[in-house]
Design a binder for this molecule. Structure first.
Ligand SMILES: [Zn+2]
Length: 433
């Protein structure tokens, strides 16, 4: 049968052409990889960076998935056994945050629903967006092997997560630690280093004067961007080689506002050339101070609760003046600055551009906070990953990104894997008496 030329459309109609061809491809299984064939042919595999099920795909996904599709089709046509594994990511914090916003619009929180009904509600949301995402990939012609579609919260992958946790634990690479982590008071969860993103901020540097306990005419000046943390100070650290302060090491200073006496200690962590050369040490609310606190066996009073509200928590009895209890941390900052000024303990305030960590999901300023969390010991894992690059087993293209990779892994700290959320894998740990 031949159609008259006049019936050929004057413009390309994507819906008619693509809508007809895509089912043909999938019905004939042309995207389905066969491991048996990969014996004779070169295997070529791409695992999709799984899109978050928080929302449907945007133009950026359209671009990066097209690039993957071009690569996979190229290798398939060149005779490789090509496999593109599609899937979606349950995206714990992100998805929970989206559904919490929907609830907030109805004047509810997840606590109003309770754990089980909330998880059910998120699952329903995810069914919808997850399905839409896969259909979007199909509609741009992605030549993925749909028979292998994965979901990071499926029973199979959940089992893999548990298995990985157990193996790391058996290898001594997973442990529970009591230390300072990044805390989002809005999401009510701890965050990994990567989830607490740096934002350049025009802040203030507050110079505070702590007087000597045995001679109030003398004192020592410390500078801080978070004056509210002074309520949790347990020491002032100076460099032991700094001649200006050597005579003060071992003496005590008095914290303004709460009258708590704290020692002046010598610790080489202190940089004599930065600021006054003396730093206040708040082990429960600063990761570096926590390390100093450990070295000197200092107390670690917690003066900000999980909601970001100032109050006397663990070990902080007698540290928070009555008028500050119950204030949000930023309201407390303002109030404390006024109180310090009235007490004559505020020397000066300077403008100060610095980087402040924010929650990558809700943009709330992260609060460093002492708590119990699970960590992965990173050094042995990072060493292997770095060695793979050095031996050529792993290649990064383009090569200029190798420096970023090396820099990241060489400076990596132990990874906090705990999240205090309801949507996601639970740490597979149970306690018995
Ligand atoms: Zn947050």
């Amino acid at each position: 049968m031949t159609a008259p030329y006049s019936e050929l459309p004057t413009t390309y109609e994507a819906a008619a052409t693509e809508g007809a061809w895509y089912p043909q491809w999938t019905e004939h299984g042309v995207f389905t990889a066969n491991p048996d064939r990969a014996v004779a042919r070169e295997p070529f595999v791409i695992v999709i960076p799984p899109p978050n099920v928080t929302a449907v795909l945007h133009m950026g996904h359209g671009l990066n998935n097209t690039v993957q599709d071009v690569l996979i089709r190229w290798r398939r046509m060149a005779g490789d056994e090509a496999l593109w594994v599609p899937g979606t990511d349950h995206a714990g914090i992100a998805t929970q945050n989206v559904v919490e916003k929907q609830l907030a619009a109805q004047g509810q929180t997840r606590f109003d629903l309770g754990r089980e009904p909330f998880v059910q509600r998120v699952a329903e949301f995810v069914d919808k967006t997850g399905g839409d995402i896969l259909n979007q990939l199909k509609s741009i012609g992605a030549s993925a092997d749909w028979s292998r579609t994965a979901y990071t919260f499926s029973p199979e992958l959940s089992r893999a997560v548990r298995e990985t946790f157990v193996r790391l634990h058996e290898d001594g690479l997973v442990y529970k630690g009591h230390r300072v982590i990044h805390w989002c008071p809005r999401c009510g969860t701890s965050l990994s280093d990567e989830e607490a993103e740096f934002n350049d901020t025009n802040g203030k540097l507050y110079h505070l004067r702590y007087v000597l306990a045995d001679d109030p005419s003398q004192g020592i000046t410390v500078a801080t961007t978070r004056p509210e943390t002074m309520l949790g100070d347990v020491a002032v650290a100076v460099n032991p080689d700094d001649e200006r302060y050597q005579a003060l090491i071992g003496k005590e200073v008095v914290l303004p506002l709460n009258g708590v006496r704290i020692p002046v200690i010598g610790d080489s962590y202190t940089d004599p050339t930065f600021g006054s050369g003396a730093v206040k040490i708040t082990p429960a609310h600063d990761a570096n101070d926590f390390d100093v606190g450990k070295r000197h066996n200092l107390a670690m009073p917690v003066i900000i609760d999980a909601e970001g509200v100032v109050r006397e928590m663990e070990g902080a009895a007698g540290r928070v003046p009555e008028s500050l209890v119950g204030l949000d941390r930023f309201a407390a900052r303002k109030a404390i600055v006024t109180l310090l000024e009235d007490a004559g303990a505020l020397q000066k305030i300077e403008n100060h551009a610095h980087s402040v960590r924010h929650c990558y999901r809700c943009d709330t300023v992260v609060e460093p906070r002492l708590s119990n969390q699970w960590f992965v010991k990173m050094q042995p894992l990072a060493d292997k990953a770095l060695a793979a690059l050095r031996t050529g087993e792993l290649r990064i293209l383009p090569e200029r990104w190798e420096a970023v990779y090396v820099n990241w892994l060489e400076g990596i700290r132990d990874w906090n894997i705990s999240r205090q959320i309801w949507w996601g894998h639970r740490v597979p740990v149970w306690y018995c008496t």
